[in-house]
Ligand binder design. Structure first.
Ligand code: COA
Length: 279
């Protein structure tokens, strides 16, 4: 760990530098980064690392709603956009930023900080810096060809677009009894804005969030599927978004062994469900 790394909370005038580093590391468009700043970024929730007067790294917290269990609800933020300038990697910047964000989060009243590691290998990095494996899901792929065989001759259900408020209300009903992040209206509206070709939908008694619609014939990401009849909901998605295959994420069901680790949290909690990641 280098001893000349300065860790500090960001100030308004850091915004252009933050945007440039974000762009270089994540390759997001100006439009996406601009939307984050317009809707979400509060510089008081952003931590920077400086080396020799230069911006070396950043990380921030996005307030997303409440972490809800059967016993309690606590304000929750997502640790997001952790990034170190390539020439300053391996020196300890991101570790220091992560730990400082835990302190900043506590100071601002967040009972839980959650995150989704960008890769499986990063679970270890966050594990060393105060986070615990907490969020799980079922992730599976359905080929369009298999889908047609399965739902043949079964009366289908249709997909209808839901507003963030409508989706939120149904989501909470369908997740009753499951420890989860109850995203707030702003978080859901922003998630929908990040998926312009997709969005939030009702299908029968269930609901589905479509994030990546891809090219015709490609793959569609159903980043959240809630409802008893998953096959019927996927068929409804397939009618509206034709593709070769569908990558589906859904909450873990009791007694199911096929689970994928999905995210981490700043407190040791029993398995929980996250859903959206602003990815
Ligand atoms: C991930 C990242 C933020 C780490 O920044 P950093 O300042 O180099 O991290 P640190 O110096 O504090 O920690 C380095 C440690 O992280 C590990 N690490 C860094 N990148 C990693 C990766 N992609 N996968 C697994 N481990 C990684 C290193 O192996 C090292 O481990 P060690 O301490 O056991 O030797 C940086 O590589 C980066 O900006 N990556 C691209 C953006 C990204 O993926 N951000 C994470 C979003 S969840």
């Amino acid at each position: 760990m280098r001893d000349d790394i300065l860790i500090r909370e960001a100030r308004i005038r850091d915004a252009p530098h933050i945007k440039r580093l974000w762009q270089r590391v994540f390759n997001d468009t100006d439009e996406v980064i601009g939307a984050f700043f317009e809707v979400y970024i509060d510089v008081r929730l952003c931590v920077l690392a400086q080396i020799g007067g230069r911006l070396a790294g950043l990380g921030l917290l996005l307030p997303v709603g409440d972490f809800v269990t059967q016993q309690s609800a606590t304000q929750c933020a997502m640790l997001y956009a952790l990034a170190t300038e390539p020439e300053f990697r391996g020196l300890g910047c991101a570790s220091l930023i992560t730990r400082e964000l835990l302190r900043v989060g506590k100071k601002h009243g967040f009972g839980l900080i959650a995150l989704r590691p960008a890769s499986d290998a990063l679970f270890d990095f966050y594990g060393k810096n105060g986070f615990y494996e907490t969020f799980y899901c079922r992730e599976y792929t359905v080929k369009a060809s298999a889908l047609k065989k399965t739902v043949q001759n079964v009366p289908g259900i249709a997909l209808t677009r839901a507003s963030p408020e409508e989706y939120l209300a149904r989501r909470e009903l369908l997740l009753r009894g499951v420890p989860h992040i109850a995203f707030d209206r702003r978080a859901l509206a922003f998630q929908a804005r990040l998926s312009p070709g997709g969005g939030l939908f009702f299908a029968g008694d269930g609901c589905a969030a479509i994030e990546a619609t891809g090219q015709p014939g490609g793959r569609v990401l159903i980043s959240e599927l809630l409802g008893a009849d998953e096959g019927a909901i996927i068929a409804a998605v397939a009618d509206a978004f034709p593709a070769n295959e569908y990558l589906v994420r859904a909450p873990v069901r009791k007694a199911e062994s096929e689970i994928t680790r999905f995210g981490m949290a700043s407190a040791e909690t029993m398995g929980a469900y996250m859903g959206f990641t602003f990815g």
